[in-house]
Every structure is written in structure tokens, then in C-alpha cells.
Design a protein around this ligand. Structure first.
Ligand SMILES: N[C@@H](CCC(=O)N[C@@H](CS)C(=O)NCC(=O)O)C(=O)O
Length: 214
């Protein structure tokens, strides 16, 4: 099976590359240079009309949406144990994947859009305090769930931890309020995994190769 990931360093593609590294999967990595707007170009849009990263191509299928792609990795490499298989564990896993995508990540994205990502005339700085408050509420809930636990689901590392830790790293970089001690300890622990270091190195080296090509 050939796997091709389309990504860019420090974007949501890191989640997918991290999951593939945890699974010990072989994959090709294609850099889509967000800085140069390649995601909006005809070539990438022919593959993913949404013009967003990450995307993963395998055979004839093109997969998008980072939580869904991570789930595909977990199910394609079951021996890696990246997702529970029992009904209750799967429901818990889905609960956290949806929670992270809709409750934890969205306020961060709203802050980013209204600080710098949207064209200036579309930014509404007044929404930022509300988004900060929403992020704090979601982070409190996550911190309560993690109090005294190293992992979100099933007492072991799973793709829920990949999504949560990656989002917390984003929150830290965005200086979002994150005062809950349980979150800092959890993020530190997950972000120190060797598979994440390999994922970051792979994405960074693709960017450097591209920069050398000019
Ligand atoms: N919900 C999507 C979000 C994808 C997304 O917004 N990706 C960003 C990079 S982290 C992107 O490609 N942005 C380009 C744009 O919106 O023009 C996912 O989780 O995969």
C-alpha cells in the first residue's frame, strides 16, 4: 500500500505524520508550501478542492480532516494500538476526537483568524475575548478529565492524545490561557514522544529541501 501525505511543518498535518510514525508506517511526504500559497494552486486543488492540509492519498482514495485521517491510520495499523476496539472505548475515543475538533480547537482558530489569518477587513477583534473564554472552558473540562491520568482513553496512548497534545501545543504557542497544572504536565509528557520528534524532523527536512531547490 502506498501512502502519500500532503503537509507543511507546524500545521495540522503534524498530527497525521505523528500517527504514522507511532504506527511505524512507511509513507511519502509531499510538501505543500502554505507560505507560498501552494494549497490554493490548481495542482493541489485538483486533489483537495478545499485547499486545506493535511490530506492523505492511498490508492484512489484521498482522505482529509486530521482526526479522520488519524483514525484511518489507527484502523489500518491495528497492531500499533492507537485506538481502542471495544464499543465503549471507541465511543470514548470519538467523544474526545469530536470534543477536540469542535470545542478545544475552534476557539483557538477563531482567535488566530481574527488576529492575523483573515484579510484585515474581515477581522473582528471584539470576538477574541469570547473565544479566549470558550477555550478556557474547554481546557478546564479537559484538565478535569486528565487529573491523575496520563492518557485520555482506555488507560493507554491513542490518537486522542495526539490530537489533544497537538492542540495544546498550538494553544501554548498562541499564548492562550492554560493555567491548569494537569494540562501542562500532560502536554509535556505527550509532546516528548520520539515519534513526534521524528514527525517534526520529516516535515522540516521536506521544507528545507524545498528551500534549497529555490
Ligand atoms: N478541520 C481541518 C482543518 C484543516 C486546515 O484548516 N488546515 C490548515 C493548515 S493547519 C490549512 O490548510 N489552511 C489553509 C487555508 O485555510 O487556506 C483538519 O483538521 O484537517
Amino acid at each position: 500500500m502506498t501512502i502519500e501525505v500532503f503537509g507543511y511543518p507546524n500545521s495540522r498535518s503534524t498530527r497525521v505524520v505523528w500517527a504514522l510514525e507511532e504506527a511505524g508506517a512507511a509513507y511519502d511526504y509531499t510538501l505543500v508550501d502554505l507560505g507560498r500559497g501552494e494549497h490554493r494552486g490548481e495542482r493541489f486543488r485538483a486533489l483537495n478542492p478545499a485547499g486545506k492540509l493535511p490530506a492523505l492519498r492511498t490508492g484512489d482514495a484521498l482522505l482529509t480532516e486530521s482526526p479522520a485521517i488519524c483514525l484511518w491510520v489507527a484502523e489500518t495499523y491495528p497492531d500499533a494500538g492507537l485506538a481502542p476496539t471495544d464499543p465503549q472505548g471507541r465511543t470514548e475515543l470519538m467523544r474526545w476526537l469530536f470534543f477536540i475538533a469542535t470545542e478545544l480547537e475552534q476557539p483557538l482558530w477563531t482567535m488566530a483568524k481574527h488576529r492575523f489569518a483573515l484579510p484585515e477587513k474581515l477581522r473582528v477583534p471584539d470576538v477574541i475575548p469570547t473565544a479566549r473564554r470558550e477555550f478556557t472552558m474547554a481546557a478546564d473540562l479537559l484538565a478535569d478529565a486528565l487529573d491523575g491520568r496520563d492518557h485520555l482513553v482506555g488507560g493507554r496512548f491513542s490518537i486522542a492524545d495526539i490530537l489533544a497534545a497537538h492542540t495544546l501545543a498550538w494553544a501554548r504557542a498562541a499564548k492562550a490561557p492554560m493555567e491548569q497544572p494537569a494540562l501542562a504536565a500532560y502536554a509535556e509528557h505527550q509532546l516528548g514522544r520520539p515519534a513526534l520528534a521524528r514527525a517534526r524532523a520529516r516535515e522540516q527536512s521536506a521544507l528545507e529541501s524545498r528551500q534549497q531547490e529555490g
